[in-house]
Design a protein around this ligand. Sequence first.
Ligand code: ZN
Length: 156
Amino acid sequence: MMPCFAAENTLGRLTKWLRLLGFDTLYAGDLTGKKFIDTLENDRILLTRTLRIRNQFASRMMIFIESNHLEPQLKQIFRELGLTADQTRPFSRCLQCNVPIVAVSKNVLWGRIPDFIFETHDYFNQCPQCKRVFWPGSHTRKSLAKIRQLLDFQRS
Ligand SMILES: [Zn+2]
């Protein structure tokens, strides 16, 4: 089973990348630290950079993120949880809503996506919440390259 996370509001970029890799990751947004943490399930791993939070909630599952930078942050999480590349599911989750995207029939998309995309693709996914449509290639080359790079660090 994939671990799930809850990130405090200083970790927006990390949240986006965990979701991109398929991890269920709640994000504090505008909630205060304590209010946010009090709503979490016990098996949700808290990601924090705040010493006060680390001390106050020492009894719960938590990773105290050490770096300011994305790659070392992801590396730390993978290392501490012993995660490997085959435990990720890149592009399976909506980055905005944090819900799994689901296959959607091509027929219902006519007129809702660019014509050339409709004509050149057969398989589409959609976010059940925000209704955004995804197809192979709808994620930028840059994200794909970055993901490969991120997952490769574990093998080295
Ligand atoms: Zn969405």
